[in-house]
Design a protein around this ligand. Structure first.
Ligand SMILES: Nc1ncnc2c1ncn2[C@@H]1O[C@H](COP(=O)(O)OP(=O)(O)OP(=O)(O)O)[C@@H](O)[C@H]1O
Ligand SMILES: [Mg+2]
Length: 467
């Protein structure tokens, strides 16, 4: 793995190197160019002044040139040479006269009939030279050569260069050190976060990352803590569920074993008792079957991988279907059922789930009721919602139990509910099914006695129902 530190420092170094290279070359090169340009214009104007002064002379000679030079100020030049049209030196500030000049530029300029400038920055100095032709009435009569050696300007540029180098190296080193420090601090915090993640991944869901600061890393830490919290809750719920479920399954299984053991061990048990025991075994098996079926229904609702495809469901018709199934139970418990069902209440759900929702709520209202009690089922279509209300005059649910009744296996009165054949899963299924279709369920007290459940579904648009 290529570490983040390496990548970051490599990046910063590359940027710094490019910046420093630019800083160390561009200003120097451009100031050098500016000096050279200035030399060219200075030399060419001086050479033209001299050439035009000399062009008036009818004969070039050492004396006449020296005479002209005395009037002009040419003291700044390192060498001044004047030749005739054939390149023979008539004046040289530092050399003999009377021979053809050994300065190649003069010969070239005379041969090509043009001025010639040359300059260079070398050996800690600017050396520049200029050859200009002297002409009289359109004919070339000679050439002027001026040479200059400037160490002063070069010195300024060189010291400027070395100062820039010192400053930029210092800045570069400081920037690199700061970058290293910065990346070290960031990495330390990231490593702490990774360590926290490993702790949680190892199973310690109660662990919380201590996030410092306000930046993105702190935000990451806070998000991670939220995630851990969720994991912890899920884990607690899962454990509780597994233990509750095994407990629920264990009880009927134990009864079945007990009953079958007594039949096996008791050889002279009379047929009537055997029949009774076997009936009990059947009842327990039925209870087991009901519980496992409900667990399966819940796990299907939980399973986000399975897509439920909602269809328009006529709630009134479903309620009437459920009532047909529940009337015998109501009769047995001496409970009266009344219903006020509005027409045209359509909800996007599945027929099956809607049936389970209504069935479970009315079944509870009958089961946890009193003799001669009553149940009222009301269905209303409101502006944006469809509301289903189930009211009973039964035993009621104590206020402190209400927040829990939608949890799996939760029963207010365990003994009584189990006696009634309840597994404590009905309302969990109702709750999960209602929320799966974007609805909500609320529980409250029915005046003066009993319980009221209100289920609210969003009313679908005609586009959704396709009606
Ligand atoms: N209408 C009601 N009146 C009084 N108590 C109720 C009512 N409905 C539910 N309860 C209480 O809430 C508990 C949970 O109900 P839920 O329907 O989830 O389970 P259950 O009826 O015990 O079993 P199941 O519905 O799975 O057969 C019940 O055990 C009961 O104590
Ligand atoms: Mg129930």
């Amino acid at each position: 793995m290529r570490s983040l530190r390496f990548q970051f420092i490599a990046f910063v170094t590359a940027v710094l190197v490019i910046l420093l290279l630019l800083l160390n070359t561009y200003p120097i090169l451009s100031s050098r160019d500016a000096v050279l340009e200035e030399k060219r214009s200075f030399l060419s104007s001086q050479a033209s002044v001299l050439a035009s002064s000399l062009s008036g002379l009818d004969r070039l000679s050492r004396e006449s040139v020296a005479e002209v030079l005395r009037f002009l100020d040419f003291s700044g030049f390192s060498r001044i040479v004047v030749t005739d049209a054939d390149g023979v030196v008539v004046y040289d500030s530092s050399g003999p006269v009377g021979q053809v000049s050994d300065i190649a530029d003069i010969t070239t300029a005379l041969a090509r009939q043009e001025t010639l400038f040359r300059s260079a920055f070398a050996g800690a100095a600017f050396s520049s030279s200029m050859v200009t032709l002297i002409s009289y009435q359109g004919a070339v009569t000679g050439a002027v050569y001026l040479a200059e050696y400037d160490a002063e300007r070069a010195e300024i540029i060189l010291s400027f260069q070395s100062r820039i180098r010192t400053v930029s190296v210092t800045i570069g080193v400081l920037a690199l050190l700061t970058a290293c420090l910065f990346v070290t601090l960031i990495l330390r915090r990231l490593r702490e976060l990774v360590r926290s993640m490993r702790t949680v991944a190892a199973g310690d869901y109660s662990y919380r990352h201590r996030a410092r600061g306000q930046d993105e890393i702190a935000e990451l830490g806070a998000e991670f803590n939220l995630l851990t919290e969720r994991l912890e809750t899920t884990e607690v719920q899962r454990r509780r569920f597994v233990s509750d479920a095994s407990h629920e399954l264990k009880t009927p299984l134990a009864s079945i074993r007990l009953l079958s053991d007594s039949i096996v061990q008791n050889e002279d048990m009379d047929p009537g008792t055997v029949r009774e025991f076997v009936t009990d075994i059947g009842n327990e098996a039925q209870r087991l079957q009901r519980t496992t079926e409900k667990l399966l229904a819940l796990s299907r609702l939980d399973d986000t991988g399975v897509q439920i495809v909602p269809e328009p469901v006529d709630v009134k018709q479903t309620a009437l279907d459920a009532l047909v199934f529940l009337r015998p139970l109501a009769k047995e418990k001496q409970v009266h059922i009344r219903s006020e069902l509005e027409e045209g209440c359509v909800v996007m759900a599945t027929q099956d789930h809607m049936f389970q929702i209504i069935f479970n709520l009315i079944e509870n209202a009958i089961k946890y009721n009193v003799p001669e009690g009553s149940v009222l089922l009301r269905l209303q279509g409101l502006e944006h919602t469809v509301q289903l209300t189930v009211e009973d005059t039964g035993i009621g649910i104590p206020e402190e139990d209400r927040p829990n009744i939608f949890s799996r296996f939760y029963r207010v009165d365990k003994a009584r509910s189990r006696e009634a054949g309840g597994s404590g899963l009905g309302l969990s299924i109702v709750h999960d099914a209602v929320t799966a279709y974007g609805g909500s369920i609320a529980v409250g007290q029915n005046k003066p006695q009993g319980t009221r459940f209100i289920v609210t579904f969003p009313r679908p648009t005609s586009e959704e129902t396709g009606i």
